[in-house]
Design a protein around this ligand. Structure first.
Ligand code: SAM
Length: 195
């Protein structure tokens, strides 16, 4: 998919998952090993780019569906090429800040995942919580420098936690992704019972 090593073992082919290319791999290597995913899970992925991390989620949810939203036409072309080889990947060319554009396609998902390096990354994520199943989970990859270059990342992660709790999520953890991804943290959350 992106030049990664392939390892055949007992009739199965495994793909190396690079934590410097994929923040989800970095999260796993930082010790957060509980991914709320089954073979049949449905995932809404915001900021899919050309599909590096999407391709791994597509492997994991082989009988489910990955809805992959990307705003850049150029990156979207790569995503479409990937979807031609994968039956469980649906690329959506749209701005994740305007979720009405894909509300007729995406219904309810088990995992909401966002990796968008924009100043308004938290409001974008909050707008997409409408697609999250009450028993699902949400992962926001926060790029601190995109929110404010001048502030310490730890203060920004604390503020993001508070914003997500106000949006109706119970935050389980905020895991800094160094040394794999500088100034990034994964914030993992689930809907509160009242949602
Ligand atoms: C850091 S890259 C994502 C890398 C990718 N998640 C991966 O691990 O393979 C961020 C992507 O978000 C996209 N993006 C930025 N703003 C967006 C928006 N409002 N809606 C959808 N995608 C957006 C960018 O075009 C870019 O491709």
């Amino acid at each position: 998919m992106y030049g990664e090593r392939l390892v055949p073992d007992g009739g199965v082919e495994y793909r190396a998952w690079n934590p410097r290319r994929s923040k989800l791999a970095a999260l796993l290597l930082k010790g957060w090993t509980i991914l709320p995913l089954r073979r049949t899970s449905e995932v809404l992925y915001l900021g899919a780019a050309t599909g590096t991390t999407v391709s791994h989620l597509s492997d994991l949810c082989s009988e489910g569906m990955v809805y992959a939203v990307e705003v850049s036409r150029r990156a979207f072309q790569g995503l479409v090429a990937l979807a031609e080889k994968r039956h469980n990947l649906l690329p959506i060319l749209a701005d994740a800040g305007r979720p009405d554009a894909y509300a007729h396609t995406v219904t309810s998902v088990d995992l909401l995942y966002q990796d968008i390096a924009q100043r308004d990354q938290v409001p974008i994520f909050a707008k997409n919580l409408r697609f999250l199943d009450p028993d699902g989970a949400a992962i926001l990859m926060v790029k601190a420098r995109s929110i404010d270059v001048a502030r310490k990342p730890s203060g920004i992660y604390r503020e993001v936690r508070t914003q997500l709790e106000r949006a109706g999520l119970h935050v389980l953890a905020a895991v800094p992704l160094e040394p794999f991804q500088a100034d990034h943290a994964a914030v993992i959350a689930e809907p509160t019972e009242s949602q």
